[in-house]
Design a protein around this ligand. Structure first.
Ligand SMILES: *Cc1c(COP(=O)(O)O)cnc(C)c1O
Length: 434
């Protein structure tokens, strides 16, 4: 950095006076890795620039939405046109219908969707609907899966299967999480036991099928298959939280990836966000018609939103969904993402650093272990000091990955083979320095 004054530091100081922790979403604060968060001024394609005009290759992509990279011309044009027509009407528009039709065409397990403004809202509403549809209160979630910050979902495991979860945030009363059962991801035995004990009281099981909030951990095929069978057997709804994986790991989402190994596989309900808004606040949840028709105003399950189906956000989402359907889009994205994870693995091996990596579509994760972890407890045994060295080593050299070891990474269509090769070269230097 050539400036005498670091603009990121002065902005962070200013921010901390008026915004708790200086940020509007906790992980942005660099608390896990130390140092000063970069304040971003502008972005283009695969890059963004901070307040010191330092350029970074962006592997966060706004935590998933920016699958086309920043400022894709077709998306910018769609948003500009929409803005001129009006920001928000609080009345229905044709574009919402178009976006709903497009989503349903691409994710055929759903017959209807409701559009909302954030993944949190979508997951929270999906749970209300599952409870309304089944007349049951209890739900299963898995340790390390994040479904937004609704009260009932901010839970960690209790002391045993017979006991329900403990809140992970102050301000969440124990009564609110008493119906949430938290199980270990990929643990078939716990899953069996939980259904045997509570199956008939369960409204739903909610899962990130490829978990991106504990870095990158796949649910095994037998595990997903058993989740499906048990939900069907006990009359609970299987809810796939595809806020991150939807349109990210494949055009049909993670559910289409599992359907390759489990013929006819479908979840009962799907929660989406991130990519479907292309960087604007937009999310959705959907299911079969009989379930979705329980939503207000048709049915008794209430849910609403002043800005839901916002005309600018839907324009951004629609333009994004049109681009990702172009021939070869996911093949190219997957190839680049795989090249990154394989390149990083080779660079780590050359430096003698224990390492493993995985990817699906445009989503990836890496671990400072020899073998890929299967659950949250294993992910959290990462040597965090070592991860922080990798993070800051990359950041200092212009490569921006998530500032926490439990977050996935994202490659966009705008990343070039040179960006990937450059990133691998930088990582090789960092690994050697460890
Ligand atoms: C990001 C995320 C959410 C929450 O979405 P917000 O738009 O941040 O509220 C929920 N579930 C998963 C799997 C996510 O990755």
């Amino acid at each position: 950095m050539t400036q005498n004054i670091d603009n990121n530091i002065s902005l962070f100081e200013r921010a901390k006076r008026v915004i708790p922790g200086g940020v509007n979403s906790p992980v942005r604060a660099f608390k896990a890795v130390g140092g000063t968060p970069r304040f971003i001024k502008r972005a283009h394609g695969a890059y963004f620039w901070d307040a010191n005009d330092q350029r970074y290759i962006d592997y966060i992509g706004s935590w998933g939405p920016m699958i086309l990279g920043h400022g894709h011309p077709a998306v910018v044009k769609a948003v500009q046109d929409a803005v001129l027509e009006g920001f928000s009407f609080g009345a229905p528009t044709e574009r919402e219908v178009e976006l709903a039709e497009e989503i349903l065409r691409l994710v055929p397990s759903m017959d209807m969707v409701r559009l909302v403004s954030s993944g949190t809202e979508a997951a929270m509403s999906a749970i209300r609907l599952a409870r309304g549809a089944t007349g049951r209160s209890k739900l299963i979630k898995f340790e390390g899966c994040y479904h937004g910050h609704a009260d009932a979902l901010l839970v960690k495991a209790g002391s045993g299967l017979a006991t329900f979860g403990n809140a992970t945030s102050a301000g969440v009363p124990p009564e609110v999480v008493q119906h949430t059962l938290v199980l270990e991801y990929n643990n078939l035995q716990q899953l069996e036991e939980a259904f045997a004990l509570h199956g008939r009281e369960l409204a739903c099981l909610m899962i990130e099928p490829i978990a991106g909030n504990m870095n990158f951990v796949r649910a095994s095929v037998p595990f997903i298959k058993r989740c499906r069978e048990l939900c069907t057997q006990y009359g609970a709804l299987l809810v796939f939280d595809e806020v991150m994986t939807g349109f990210r790991v494949a055009l049909g989402g993670a559910q289409s990836v599992y359907a390759r190994d489990i013929p006819g596989f479908e979840p009962d309900m799907t929660v989406m966000g991130k990519v479907i808004g292309g960087g604007m606040p937009l999310a959705a949840f959907g299911a079969k018609r009989a379930v979705m028709e329980l939503m207000a105003p048709q049915g008794p399950v209430y849910q609403a939103g002043t800005l839901s189906g916002n005309p600018v956000a839907t324009a951004c989402g629609l333009a994004t969904l049109r681009e990702i359907q172009k021939p070869g889009f996911y093949e190219d994205l997957s190839r680049k993402t795989r090249a990154l994870s394989q390149g990083l693995t080779a660079a780590a091996a050359a430096a003698g650093v224990p390492f493993s990596a995985d990817s699906e579509g445009g989503m990836f994760g890496f671990f400072l272990f020899d073998a890929l972890p299967q659950n949250y407890a294993r992910v959290m045994t990462t040597d965090s000091a070592r991860f922080n060295k990798v993070f800051h080593g990359l950041l200092d050299r212009g490569v921006y990955i998530a500032p926490a070891l439990y977050e996935a990474g994202f490659v966009s269509a705008a990343h070039t083979d040179d960006d990937i090769a450059g990133t691998v070269a930088v990582a090789a230097e960092v690994f050697k320095s460890l």
